[in-house]
Design a protein around this ligand. Structure first.
Ligand code: GLN
Length: 494
């Protein structure tokens, strides 16, 4: 076996090496597990991992390959799992004490689809409790560190997934994005993160936070990997009533076809409300400015567009998302689901189980969500928020009449230090550039845009496409990834 080059770890490079018999799946899984054991004590990306189960799957994969019956080019490649995505026999804690004892009895559809191609779900990745947060500090168990600077957060809520990919622990991972939870940690850790169109990827087996906003998507070292994973997990699922009645994507073909081309003829819109945002960190603004120049050099035409209801997006999100969360999390009461703390009677058992099981941020959101749904306040908050949500969706539809894609920053700030955003409102405001997309339902990707000169920290840029335009989105992202960095000489991509 030739050694595994962890610096180049990606789904694409593993597929290549497995095809060339440079190593077996068993050797790959063993090396990955050993590397995690050696190095994750500094990062804490993993809540746990079941090496035995992964090795069993790897041996089966090797046997399939040996008899010419590989399930796909990706048979035998491990993919990480955020701990809110169900895998049979594995934890499904959502980084919450209330679900700590749970082992999932079934696979999420996204996981089943990955397994159908021979991918091996590997490990349970840390997150903000129930995906509520932007820093991974809300995990009930421990925070995850940013592999690029361990004194800083990796972003959230899919912080463990982003950190595992950035630390080269795994080729790629699945995360979930309700208001930015794939794209923001991707930006903070210097990886790629894709939020697909709502309904593209089945939510069956994803523990619901805000059902009308949640989407599963990949965190990857490069656009090609994100395309491979999207193609594997997308497509209609009768088990999810909101799953779109469409076949899976062909994003990998689009990436391979486009990445050596330019962006001539493509119009990229800059929403003036985003780049004029006064809260933008100067390092982020500088990289964003360079990204605009790079896109121009690649032949894209930059146009100004307007998303006039942007200023309401954070408020609308924190009404809609908390309302849905309060309903979704009602089932974790120690009776139907969740760790039971027995009380004097039924109500006392509810109090004790939920009181001990949920962390402060989850409780805050349940209270807020219950309040905005309560009679007397429903019209003033929830109903009004739904109306503004429609206006936000229309803003995007209007903007896409005059451009193909939008370019925005991912987050207004660089990865921050632990404890730096102790005020919840301040934390909520860091979602300002990612949230509107979930409310509107279309797709977006965070790709590395550059590095902040002063701190050396990564800065992501966000490309946004209309609903169902993932192929176009990933194709353009691949051009940027492959060629923009030729201007700066910095290495990037798989
Ligand atoms: N940071 C946002 C929140 O705290 C988004 C979370 C997410 O996308 N899951 O709700």
């Amino acid at each position: 076996m030739s050694g595994i080059d962890f610096a180049k770890l990606s789904v694409a490079s593993c597929a290549d090496a497995l095809a060339k018999k440079e190593y077996s799946s068993e050797e790959l899984v063993k090396a990955i597990a050993a590397n995690i054991r050696r190095n994750d004590d500094k990062i804490h990306a993993f809540l746990n991992f079941d090496e035995e189960a992964a090795l069993r799957a790897a041996k089966e994969s090797d046997a399939r390959r040996a008899s010419g019956k590989a399930l796909s080019a990706f048979d035998g490649i491990p993919v990480g799992m955020k701990d809110n995505i169900a895998v049979t026999g594995e934890t499904l804690s959502c980084a919450s004490k209330i679900l700590a004892p749970v082992k999932s009895p079934y696979d999420a559809t996204a996981v089943a689809k990955l397994k159908n191609q021979g991918f091996i779900p590997f490990g349970r990745l840390n997150m903000d409790e129930f995906a509520m947060g932007s820093s991974c500090e809300n995990s009930a168990f421990f925070p995850t560190a940013n592999p690029l600077d361990t004194s800083r957060v990796p972003g959230g809520s899919s912080g463990g997934s982003a950190a595992a990919v950035a630390a080269k622990f795994l080729p790629s991972a699945l995360g979930s994005d309700t208001g930015g939870s794939i794209r923001q940690p991707a930006s903070f850790c210097g990886t790629v993160g894709l939020k697909p169109t709502y309904g593209r990827v089945s939510r069956y087996g994803l523990v619901a936070f805000a059902s009308s906003l949640d989407q599963i998507g990949p965190l990857s070292p490069c656009v090609e990997d994100a395309a491979i994973i999207l193609d594997a997990v997308s497509g209609h699922d009768p088990m999810d009533a909101t799953s779109l009645d469409l076949a899976g994507t062909h994003a990998l073909a689009a990436v391979r076809e486009k990445r050596d081309t330019q962006l001539k003829g493509m119009k990229i819109g800059l929403p003036k409300e985003y780049y004029a945002s006064s809260g933008l960190d100067s390092g982020v603004a500088k990289v964003f400015g360079e990204a605009i120049e790079n896109l121009k050099k690649l032949g894209a035409e930059i146009v100004e567009v307007s998303l006039p209801h942007t200023e309401y997006a954070v408020a609308v999100y924190y009404i809609v998302a908390t309302a849905e969360a309060s309903a979704n999390l009602a089932r974790f009461d120690g009776i139907r689901y969740g760790d039971r703390k027995a009380g004097r009677d039924l109500v006392d058992t509810y109090f004790k189980s939920r009181g001990a099981g949920f962390g402060a941020e989850v409780k805050r959101r349940i209270l807020l969500g219950t309040y905005v749904l309560s009679s007397g306040y429903y019209d003033a908050y929830y109903l009004r928020a739904q109306k503004v949500r429609t206006l936000i969706k229309r803003d995007f539809e209007e903007a896409f009449k005059s451009c193909d894609l939008l370019l925005t920053p991912v987050a207004p700030n660089l990865p921050f230090h632990f404890g730096e955003k102790s005020d919840p409102l301040q934390m909520y405001l860091s979602d300002i550039f990612t949230i509107a997309l979930n409310l509107a339902g279309n797709c977006g990707i965070s790709i590395p845009g550059g590095v902040d000169a002063e701190s050396g920290l990564p800065v992501g840029i966000q490309l946004i496409a209309p609903s169902l335009a993932e192929e176009k989105l990933l194709g353009a992202a691949a051009v940027y990834e492959k060629q923009a960095f030729a201007f700066t000489g910095k290495p990037f991509g798989c």
